[in-house]
Write a protein of this length. Structure first.
Length: 338
């Protein structure tokens, strides 16, 4: 009997040794998983832009003259049609009075002669000549009025007027600068979009702008126009967007960082960036199916800060491995860390 027991023990030890020598299943890998999310995704390109006024001009003189009065204060808000500067106008006022008198005289003479035409005391040719003279006098009067109007310089639109460049007594020539005028709300921002994005460029695209002058603040607007083609030197397409500016926080000439939203998907599948494995040109994630690891090939869409859009190959809610990927093999049992 003892010999039989010893023989059985030897056989069992040999079997155990054989089993230990044979390759067995790897131990379960401990991993962390998160479910693939469904969230809005934006395809954004970041650019540099510069602000400018939608309406902005350097107010200037139309004619030669001496500044008689300055009717605005530097930095003030002005209304459309508001008088800004008056030039000396004595000569123009005298010319207007002279033209007015000549027109009135011609009109009176025509009025007195017309009743005589029915009585045959004047001819139709006389009446036509007097009517032509009256028309000429009225044209001369209109010219005199226009010349006098040019002596008064008004704001072409409502806006903020800058520092004046003139003083009372200054001699102005046509085009002499008086002061810059800009409409401050809204402003526009100009930027160049690389031609690779031309197919996505269209009016109405959302633009978000920021500046170090206002940390943490975002100014939102929309593209209103863009050039029909790319610049030959830069291969970029010029575009402008309008930004509301009710509190005048932005000023013309400021540099802005512009985020142009080329596309927005309201419901897209996203996973943490660390869940995606790249091998050559192929991307995949590890999922957990019935307690075992499964490699799932995917197509990458938009990359964002800390997350990646999965364009194809994965459904929202599918658990994906985010920690312990280096220990995972296809079909290997995995233990999900609580």
């Amino acid at each position: 009997m003892p010999r039989a027991i010893a023989a059985i023990a030897i056989v069992l030890l040999a079997a155990c040794a054989k089993q230990a020598a044979a390759p067995g299943s790897p131990p379960p890998a401990t991993v962390d998983v998160v479910p693939a999310a469904s969230a809005p995704v934006e395809r954004v390109v970041r650019l540099l832009g510069q602000t400018s006024a939608v309406d902005g001009v350097m107010v200037g003189a139309k004619t030669t003259g001496i500044v008689a009065e300055i009717a605005f204060a530097s930095g003030a808000e002005v209304q459309q049609g508001q008088i800004l500067v008056r030039l000396d106008s004595a000569r123009e006022e005298a010319a207007l009075r002279e033209s007015q008198g000549e027109r009135d005289k011609a009109a009176k003479e025509l009025e007195n002669r017309q009743p005589l035409l029915a009585r045959g005391l004047v001819s139709q040719d006389d009446i036509d000549r007097l009517a032509a003279e009256l028309a000429a006098k009225e044209g001369k009067l209109a010219v005199a009025r226009a010349a006098l109007a040019e002596r008064t310089i008004v704001a072409p639109f409502a806006g903020s007027i800058g520092i004046r460049r003139i003083s009372v007594g200054s001699l102005l020539q046509p085009g002499s600068p008086i002061a810059p005028l800009a409409r401050m709300d809204p402003l526009q921002v100009a930027f160049a979009v690389p031609e690779v994005h031309l197919a996505s460029l269209r009016p109405g695209l959302v633009v978000r702008a920021s500046t170090p002058a206002w940390p943490g603040r975002v100014f939102s607007g929309n593209i209103t126009a863009f050039d029909p083609g790319a610049d030959e030197a830069t291969r970029a397409v010029g575009a402008v967007a309008v930004l509301p500016n009710p509190d005048r926080a932005l000023k013309p000439g400021m540099a802005l960082t512009v985020e142009l939203v080329l596309q927005r998907l309201e419901e897209a599948v996203t996973v943490p960036e660390q869940a995606v494995v790249q091998q050559g040109g192929q991307a995949f994630v590890w999922t957990v199916v019935e307690g075992k690891a499964k490699r799932q090939d995917v197509s990458i869409g938009v990359r964002m800060a800390g997350s990646v859009q999965i364009a194809e190959g994965l459904e929202a809610g599918t658990p994906v491995v985010v920690q312990g990927l280096q220990f995972v093999r296809p079909g290997q049992p995995v233990q999900v860390r609580k």
